[in-house]
Design a protein around this ligand. Structure first.
Ligand code: FNR
Length: 384
């Protein structure tokens, strides 16, 4: 029985009514008060009309739980093991870049919160802290590394080697951002792009191969490093065939993030990936895209024995239950913990994780499930 699985109703309630906001909307509203407007918009916003962001939430709303009664589930087991990574609950922290625009302690605060709660953290290639420093802040706590495949293969190889050397347990290749999306809010905010100002490129400025591409070191000319990064980032020529090179490069488990179709799940399996993450990047890339939750059943069906995670729109404990009932092995959250970071640093992120886990536990209790492993479509009801 996992520690979080032993949370009682009283403990769950003890989290409320304290110093922290309660529920996603309150966290977001509080974050809006404390962040610079352009930074808030960067985190909150999505592509174009933001229809994909709305679709993500609506897809959860359209699915309803069918509670079952008197099942004797006085305790619940929330623990999962995914590709060799154990977690106290099926909740991962998604890769979120440029956390220095959210909080001064940035990724280190999130890393400490992840370690304090045992929550797996997926560290971004667009982080504002080098991956080795994040690893050092986490001790033995589980972490994966998210890779952006930039258009310089020697830099990509160097990033993967550093992740292996600093104890990351899997590589998550993000497929959906070979070019940044069209984001109205950022364009409106004088084309807000933190990377140009040298923010969110710490994996690169700390990388010997990237540094070898610069005429002057980043310590002397950060703008040059930012401009070089912006040229190195787009990589729309990448193909599934190329990913075989990555498969040959590392023995770490490999996951493909941004899979929204059965075809791509099949392609990922054929290329030797161990798992897929059903995601539309929180609605930040393609406006009018399918909700991640709506894509989950098809991907799960095609995935066979592969691991399937999902993110994009997970806000509540009931959302976690719905995603697992539709076949996800675990979910990831992005903006929910970004708001926790903005409002309360490490303690804020910890509260977001603890509250979501407690709400998940209580929801399982009330729908009659003895653990997350039991969840299947029988717990869902069709609504028109
Ligand atoms: C992201 N996301 C993201 N994904 C990724 O693979 N690498 C990255 O560097 C980032 N950076 C990033 C920054 C910000 C500010 C946000 C909000 C998101 C996407 C992230 O991993 C995840 O897919 C979504 O955030 C999930 O949707 P929700 O939970 O935010 O709705």
């Amino acid at each position: 029985m996992s520690e979080s699985g032993e949370q009682t109703l009283a403990q769950a309630y003890a989290l409320g009514g304290g110093q922290w906001p309660v529920g996603y909307d309150e966290w977001e509203a509080k974050a809006r008060e404390v962040l610079e407007p352009a930074a808030f918009d960067y985190v909150a916003g999505g592509a174009g009309t933001e229809a994909t962001m709305r679709a993500n939430l609506e897809a959860f709303y359209r699915r309803r739980l069918r509670p079952r009664m008197l099942r004797g589930n006085a305790t619940r087991d929330l623990g999962v093991e995914v590709l060799g990574t154990r977690a106290p609950a099926p909740i991962w922290l998604a890769p979120v870049g440029v956390q220095s625009i959210i909080h001064d302690e940035a990724e280190l605060a999130v890393a400490r919160a992840a370690a304090a709660t045992g929550t797996p953290l997926v560290v971004s290639t667009a982080a504002s802290t080098p991956m080795e420093d994040i690893a050092a802040a986490m001790g033995d706590s589980p972490r994966w590394y998210q890779l952006y495949w930039v258009n310089d293969r020697e830099v990509v190889e160097s990033l993967v080697r550093r992740a292996e050397a600093s104890g990351y347990g899997a590589i998550v290749l993000t497929l959906d951002t070979l070019h940044i999306g069209w984001r109205d809010r950022d364009l409106r905010n004088s084309a807000f792009l933190p990377f140009l100002a040298g923010k969110g490129i710490a994996q690169f400025t700390s990388d010997p191969v990237f540094r070898s591409r610069l005429a002057e070191p980043p310590e002397e000319n950060l703008m040059l490093a930012g401009a070089t990064w912006v040229r190195m980032f787009p990589n729309l020529a990448l193909t599934w065939e190329d990913t075989r090179w990555l498969r040959g490069l590392t023995t770490l488990p490999l996951l493909a993030k941004g899979v929204l179709s059965a075809e791509d799940a099949n392609a990922a399996r054929d290329a030797g990936f161990d798992g897929v993450i059903v995601s539309n990047h929180g609605g930040r890339q393609v406006d009018g895209a399918i909700a991640a939750l709506d894509a989950l059943p098809d991907v799960r069906g095609a995935a066979g024995g592969m691991t399937v995670l999902m993110d994009s729109g997970v806000r509540r404990g009931s959302d976690v239950v719905k995603a697992l009932a539709l076949g996800a092995d675990a979910v990831m959250i992005g903006r929910p913990y970004a708001w926790g970071l903005a409002v309360g640093g490490q303690a804020g992120v910890e509260d977001v994780i603890r509250a979501l886990t407690a709400e998940l536990d209580l929801t399982l209790a009330l729908v009659g499930a003895a653990g997350v492993a039991e969840l299947d479509e029988g717990f869902l009801a069709e609504v028109p």
